[in-house]
Ligand binder design. Structure first.
Ligand code: ADP
Length: 473
């Protein structure tokens, strides 16, 4: 990867953006702090300058009151010379604003008398400060107007060299500090952003490896319970679910392939036998009947698969109508009575005369039939099957099919409702493994459910719960 591309890549990273944000906020805070510091320094310097000027005013005022105006003139001249004539100037004015004496003003000739300031002074009698900025001069000038005695005003000006110098130093310190702070903020920001995002990178790396085909990989969880750990946990949970789904789909397609293969093989066998050994019309007829039977079974299985998928996905609209569920189950028991008796089983129905519910009669009939068929299939001779319908309160109805047959092992209790799942002991019996998944799809489509409780060797009870008014308010 070229350097240019690397830099372009970095610019698009979250770490880069976080670093910029961090450095930006850091610099902004530093600027605000410097600004307030600057205001503080300038106000302190100004205060000091003003205090100096006021103390001069007090000196002149006391000289005027004790020694008279001549002494004030002398003092002004001498003091300006001593401090430097480019640093300070004194002007003595009458209250009319007319000048009657001053220090050497050749350097300060641009500074006139601010009439407004003089008037304000005469109104309030309190000293008036003014700041003057002369173009081409480096330093500002702080000017004070004050009454120092009856009929006499002092205009006092001081070059603010100190102020300018301190501001220059401040500016240098500001720039240097900001450069150092910026470098520091970028380094610290980058370090912090990288540290914070290292977990995200791990998740990304794992996701990449998974997309390359290793679905069993998981993101390591640091057990710090932070956001990254939450992300890793959620990601791992999602992977567990995907892996389960993929395994489920794989198992299901294996099962479909297997379950479709057997009837097709049988059909082929019948056809082969017809070809090789068929001699009479009767034989051909019986072989054709066998083929039709196998094909019917196959079509039935495929149809059941379709109904389950559509019912689960909610594509099949339920054809809901009012029906008497007690009557419907009783009728089903009557129909299954004879196969049960053929196997030496007793089937007993108990329940109220009528219970009205809303539901899809065809689907519910088939669901009950599946449960009764299973109970007969998986119960040995002389067994007993109890079918009960009861009110589950005002809102629902319960249909329980209890047998004392072979029972189901704990590990099978959940998967028996999956498509094509058949417990090992029942493989010898005829079946497709679709009956219970059909029953569950129907119960759930009616906003109900089906549960099972079982003890191996003692029997099982399948309980269907159906709400009385699915789809009606
Ligand atoms: P099938 O009966 O065609 O195999 P089902 O979906 O109806 O398919 O049932 C799935 C599996 O659940 C059966 O293969 C069987 O192992 C088990 N099973 C269902 N009902 C009973 C029952 N009443 N007693 C014991 N096992 C049962």
């Amino acid at each position: 990867m070229s350097l240019k591309k690397k830099i372009a890549d970095i610019r698009h990273t979250l770490a880069f953006r976080l670093t910029l944000w961090y450095a930006g906020i850091f610099m902004l805070s530093a600027c605000v702090a410097f600004f307030f510091f600057y205001l503080l320094i300038t106000s302190v310097i100004r205060q000091q300058t003003d205090q100096g000027l006021l103390s001069e005013v007090r000196t002149f005022s006391s000289i005027l009151s004790t020694q008279g105006p001549e002494a004030v003139k002398r003092q002004a001249f001498l003091q300006a010379q001593a401090a430097g004539e480019k640093k300070i100037f004194f002007r003595l004015l009458y209250i009319t604003g007319q000048v009657f004496s001053s220090s050497n003003m050749s350097y300060w000739r641009d500074i006139g008398i601010n009439k407004v300031a003089v008037n304000r002074l005469l109104d309030s009698r309190a000293p008036i400060f003014d700041t003057i900025n002369i173009p081409d001069r480096k330093h500002e000038i702080r000017v004070l107007y004050a009454v120092i005695g009856p009929g006499m005003i002092l205009q006092l000006g001081l070059s603010m060299e100190n102020h300018t110098r301190i501001i220059a130093v401040f500016r240098k310190v500001f720039i240097t500090t900001m450069v150092i702070l910026f470098a520091l903020a970028v380094v610290v920001g980058w370090f912090m952003a990288r540290r914070a995002l290292v977990g995200v990178e791990t998740v990304t790396r794992t996701a990449r490896r998974i997309s390359e085909g290793s679905l069993e990989k998981r993101v390591p969880v640091k057990k710090r319970a932070d956001e990254i750990d939450q992300l890793a946990l959620t990601f791992n949970q999602m992977l567990d679910r995907i892996q389960k789904l993929v395994t489920g789909i794989k198992e299901m397609s294996d099962n479909i392939a297997h379950d479709l293969k057997s009837p097709i093989t049988r059909i082929r066998g019948i056809a082969e036998v017809s070809l090789t050994s068929g001699s009479s019309l009767k034989e051909y007829e019986s072989m054709a009947a066998g083929t039709i039977e196998e094909c019917d079974r196959l079509v039935d299985m495929i149809n059941t698969m379709l109904i389950i998928s559509r019912t689960e996905a909610g594509v099949n609209q339920l054809d809901c109508q009012k029906l008497d569920i007690a009557n419907l189950v009783r009728d089903a028991c009557d129909i299954f009575q004879s196969p049960a008796e053929d196997k030496g089983l007793s089937m007993v129905y108990s329940g109220p005369e009528n219970i009205g519910i809303y539901g899809d009669i065809r689907l519910i009939q088939r669901m009950i039939a599946n449960l009764l068929d299973n109970a007969i299939k998986y119960t040995a001779a002389n067994g007993k099957i109890d079918v009960t319908v009861s009110n589950g309160g005002d809102q629902s109805v319960q249909i329980a099919v209890k047998d004392n047959g072979m029972g189901i092992f704990g590990k099978d209790l959940e998967p028996i409702f999956e498509r094509f799942y058949r417990c090992d002991p029942s493989r010898s019996q005829a079946g497709t493994g679709l009956g219970l998944s059909f029953a569950r799809a129907v119960a759930r489509a009616h906003k109900g459910d089906i549960t099972v409780s079982s003890t191996p060797g003692e029997g099982s009870t399948f309980t269907v719960m159906l709400p009385k008014k699915v789809g009606f308010s």
